[in-house]
Design a protein around this ligand. Structure first.
Ligand code: F6P
Length: 341
């Protein structure tokens, strides 16, 4: 078979191991793999590159994606959607493996419904995709943030400061919660739980009153603030607000300093979280979903996504994956609350 593969949406560590898994498995079937560059943009422009063993052999430890990526949305214009279908045929492809999060997989699902044989591979550092227990990219992103948090603690401790650390994660609090728990923060703010400034203030005062010379607060970029937001933030091609432009950490730091009297600084980790070599865990799960996607192509399991369920890699429908965001369940938040004293 001649299989196309693309990576779309925000990059994350694990994309290269996933591409590698696809190519290695395809070799077992004597398939040819064609890389489509820069996500759906590459399909619109027929921008492709052959992917052979020698092209992917050395990429297991590389962050980013050798295929590049974009947030191009071919569903915005009917002519673009049609062009994708036409180009798929003109490229002589038998199947298309789309590696991405909610946005990229929504396109894969829509194209499947228009007759294209697509298979999805889940990725996102946000870990907010349904239908799979976990997505690659998340473990690495949180590990990077946890390391940054340890550094922030050192400087906060030296200066008797409060530090507000803003992490990515969009409208799900997975990244913030795991960073805070794994890094031993004093408080965490996630989009799923409404912000209570009085409770936050009291908590910081309590932490300092028991003699701790500093406090670190992890805040998700998606936290809703109890104020009218002044400026319109920009949106991407899928209509998502560019959340880091809201700078929630800046607002929070200002409020904390005013309310507690403690000197407060704020930091956004931003895209640093998305780079660097994938962790072992991300390499393994990315490789496994890549392998599974090729098996799914050969089993004719189109309109589906390779997913991690427990220790297994299974296939689930793309409808299940893209229907609804997977957010932090209240019970998990309650369980972890015991760690913020
Ligand atoms: O979805 C992954 C993610 O890193 C989000 O956490 C973040 O809000 C967004 O992408 C940033 O997107 P961009 O790289 O387009 O600025």
């Amino acid at each position: 078979m001649r299989i196309g593969v693309l990576t779309g949406g925000g990059d994350c560590p694990g994309l290269n191991p996933a591409i590698r898994g696809v190519v290695y498995r395809a070799i077992d079937y004597n398939d040819e793999v064609i890389g489509i560059r820069a996500g759906w943009k590459g399909l619109l422009e027929k921008d492709t590159v052959p992917l052979r063993l020698e092209d992917v052999e050395e990429i297991i430890s590389m962050g980013g994606t050798i295929l590049h990526t974009s947030r191009t949305n071919p569903l915005k214009k009917e002519e673009d959607t049609e062009k994708c279908i036409k180009n798929f045929k003109e490229l002589g492809l038998d199947a298309l493996i789309a590696i991405g999060g909610d946005d990229t997989l929504s396109v894969a699902n829509a194209l499947y419904k228009r007759g294209l044989p697509t298979v999805g591979v889940p990725k996102t550092m946000d870990n907010d995709l349904s239908g799979t227990d976990v997505t690659f990219g998340f473990d690495t992103a949180v590990t990077v943030a946890m390391d940054a948090l340890a550094r922030l603690k050192d400087t906060a401790r030296s200066h008797f400061r409060v530090m507000v650390f803003e992490v990515m994660g969009r409208h799900a609090g997975w990244v913030a919660l795991y960073t805070a728990v794994g890094g031993g923060a004093d408080y965490v703010l996630i989009p799923e739980i409404p912000l209570d400034m009085d409770a936050l203030t009291e908590h910081i005062k309590k932490v300092r009153a028991r003699g701790k010379p500093y406090a670190v607060i992890v805040a998700s970029e998606g936290v809703e603030l109890p104020v009218e937001e002044e400026e319109e933030v920009r949106v991407d091609a899928f209509g998502h607000k560019i959340l880091r432009e809201r700078q929630v950490a800046s607002w929070l730091a200002d409020q904390i300093e005013k309310r507690t009297g403690f000197e407060t600084r704020w930091v956004q980790i931003g895209h640093i979280q998305r780079g660097g070599p994938p962790t072992l865990y991300d390499r393994i799960i990315a490789t496994r979903v890549g392998i599974k996607a090729v098996d799914m192509v050969h089993n004719g399991e189109f309109g589906k996504m390779a997913a991690i369920k427990g220790q297994d890699v299974v296939s689930v429908s793309l409808d299940e994956a893209v229907g609804k965001l997977k957010t932090v369940p209240p019970e998990l938040f309650e369980e972890f609350k015991t760690l913020f004293k």
